[in-house]
Design a protein around this ligand. Structure first.
Ligand SMILES: [Zn+2]
Length: 187
């Protein structure tokens, strides 16, 4: 097993990954972008603070928490929009003009704009903070789960070592070709 120091997930202009340690010279050492890649900007330090807090509360990793912050913000937008849609449906069904929303919907329209702004800001901060690498790690984790499940299945079949390696090789080939869309490699 090798221990790797997490790196800043940003890419440099030449396309190579940044060689600085993750979170170098920021308030979130060990996580996300370094000082030269937005890491010390206020919105990025704030979202890592929130991610660390949420991680401690929920017993998940800060990277998972970062993804979850984006998901929650998007979820709130969807929730407000559902309320507006329902209210408008009732209004129109009751003979109301669809172009003139009832008064009690107005605060929700305002809320919708606010939640959209917050969600966009959260997404931007998460991207600057290095959320893409968190997503890649989640894919790695799922890849590991698939490998474990496959391994267990091969155990049941009672294959000999050569057959087992051949089966794993074929499965790996399949997984690699189907995973092309994620398209990122570490050189
Ligand atoms: Zn960097």
């Amino acid at each position: 097993m090798t221990i790797t120091v997490p790196r800043c997930p940003a890419r440099q202009r030449n396309g190579r990954y940044c060689s600085q340690p993750a979170g170098r010279s920021t308030s979130h050492p060990g996580y996300g972008s370094c000082v030269w890649h937005h890491g010390a900007e206020r919105h990025v330090e704030e979202i890592w603070d929130m991610a660390h807090e949420a991680a401690a509360e929920q017993g998940i990793t800060p990277h998972e928490a970062l993804i979850s912050l984006v998901e929650v913000a998007a979820g709130r937008v969807a929730w407000v929009d559902t309320i507006i849609r329902e209210a408008m449906r009732e209004h129109v069904e009751g003979g109301g003009d669809p172009l003139k929303p009832p008064k009690d919907v107005a605060p929700w329209l305002k809320e919708s704009r606010l939640e959209r702004t917050l969600a966009a800001r959260t997404a931007k901060a998460a991207v600057d903070a290095g959320v893409m690498v968190a997503l890649e790690r989640r894919l790695d984790m799922e890849g590991q789960l698939v490998a474990d499940a496959l391994s267990a299945a091969l155990d049941v079949l009672g294959l000999d070592q050569d057959q087992r390696m051949a089966a794993l090789g074929a499965a790996q080939q399949r997984l690699l070709t189907s995973g092309d869309s994620s398209g990122t490699t570490n050189d």
